[in-house]
Ligand binder design. Structure first.
Ligand code: HEC
Length: 408
């Protein structure tokens, strides 16, 4: 019963997290596009720097941006902060449920670092906190006056953090913590810098004082970082569903390439919203970076696709027959039964696993043939399974699986 309820709880929290993230990213994309797309008005209004006309859902909207503030503060002001806070809170809850309560399966990889669940959890949480502290320190250092230098320093910093995570955690744990660290930075930017600065500006204006220009500039710089981090963070959050992205020793380098890819795609859209120019080269760069990600993802365990001659012909005709007739099949059954079926059984024996994960059964010969291509992705091309190699699948056994699958 316990595992069923936990699974539903995870689903509910994941649902919430995705919805809040859509709300946050959606409103953030909307405001960036709005801001960059503002045009000078035909009849200038005092204090207004630009305007936009928009049509949506059966109505016309006329938005005006006051460069500092309107002469009178309106009674009601809508703030945008809960989208961000709710995304972080639900994300942290999900991290806790999946990675900290399930540390042995998802977070710890004894081949990297043989941590106890509580220490892995403590390192994870400390990593998120430290991630923000170092970032904030960099932003307040002399680098702050040069946006490009600061962004370059931040890039090196995030890749380094990702490398450290990759030495401590499982591949998926490392990618997810890199994403969670970036997401923590983004939400902390809202909570600790953007909102407080905005509140001071509002209070100053109400009291008739001129707000410090520094407050606005600082908030704008953090907002720029959040803009460039949005796409990479979503990639990193999704990466744990794709072992080719995380279950390689190069996962930290993939995180770095994804940071660049996300930034260059945002640059395309930012420029387009501002000037309507289409910088096609951005897509070429993104494509090259993605190709580099795909190349790196095969390692280790990357194998030449070309199977042995005779077997190749058999495969093309009927992969299922080829698998069943393979001389390795008997050995393969023994391997999968001893290394996988305790979790992937109809009645799993592994404590805490109530039913076969993702309904992938690996008990009977038919099961194994049915899931052959998934076995290739999870246990041969990548080392995602068994999680943290808890059941001690030997390299020689992976080799047998590879030969059976025709990728040896
Ligand atoms: C200790 C338990 C455990 C063992 C042992 C184990 N798995 Fe898994 N397996 C899991 C869990 C948990 C998931 C779900 C992962 C997720 O949520 O992404 C999973 C998912 C999978 C999936 C589906 C992945 C997807 O996202 O579609 C495949 C295929 C798989 N395992 C294959 C294997 C193979 C092959 C072995 C043996 C070499 C193995 N597993 C051993 C726990 C285990």
């Amino acid at each position: 019963m316990g595992t069923y309820l936990t699974e539903w709880l995870q689903f509910a929290v994941r649902w919430l997290h995705v919805v809040t993230a859509i709300a946050w990213i959606g409103s953030s994309f909307y405001f960036i596009a709005l801001d960059l797309g503002l045009r000078k008005q035909r009849e200038p209004v005092p204090g207004v720097g630009g305007e936009a006309w928009q049509v949506h859902g059966g109505g016309f909207y006329h938005v005006q941006k006051y460069m500092v503030a309107p002469a009178h503060m309106p009674e009601e002001l809508t703030w945008f902060k809960w989208e961000s806070y709710a995304t972080w809170l639900s994300g942290f809850a999900l991290l806790f449920l999946v990675y900290y309560l399930g540390a042995e399966l998802y977070l710890i990889d004894p081949e990297r670092a043989d941590l106890a669940p509580w220490s892995a959890t403590a390192i994870g949480i400390a990593g998120l906190a430290l991630g923000w502290i170092v970032y904030d320190f960099l932003c307040k250092s002399p680098l702050k006056s040069n946006d490009t230098a600061l962004l370059a320093a931040l890039f090196v910093y995030v890749v380094l953090a990702s490398y450290i995570f990759s030495q401590l955690f499982s591949g998926r744990g490392a990618m997810l913590h890199t994403g969670a660290m970036i997401a923590t930075i983004m939400t902390a930017n809202v909570l600790m810098i953007i909102m407080p600065n905005q509140r001071i500006v509002v209070a100053d204006l109400k009291a008739g004082r001129t707000p410090e220009a520094r407050l606005g500039a600082e908030a704008k710089q953090r907002s720029l970082h959040n803009n460039y981090l949005t796409l990479p963070v979503v990639f990193l959050m999704l990466s744990n569903h794709y072992p080719l992205a995380f279950a390689t020793e190069w996962n930290w380098a993939i995180a770095g390439l994804v940071l660049l890819m996300g930034a260059v795609i945002r640059h395309y859209f930012n420029t387009f919203h501002k000037t309507h120019r289409k910088l096609w080269w951005c897509w070429v760069v993104a494509g090259v970076l993605f190709a580099a990600v795909i190349t790196l993802s095969g390692s280790p365990g990357w194998r030449a696709e070309a199977p042995v001659e005779g077997a190749a012909r058999e495969w093309r005709k009927d992969p299922e027959v080829a698998l069943a007739a393979s001389p390795q099949f008997e050995e393969v059954q023994g391997i999968l039964q001893s290394r996988c079926s305790m979790c992937h059984g109809r009645e799993p024996l592994w404590p805490g696993i109530g039913h076969a994960p993702k309904a992938v059964y690996l008990e009977t010969a038919d099961d194994m043939i049915f899931h052959a291509s998934q076995i290739a992705t999870q246990a041969v091309r990548s080392h995602a399974m068994p999680p943290g190699n808890v059941t001690g699948l030997e390299p020689a056994e992976r080799e047998v699986l590879a030969q059976w699958l025709g990728i040896g």
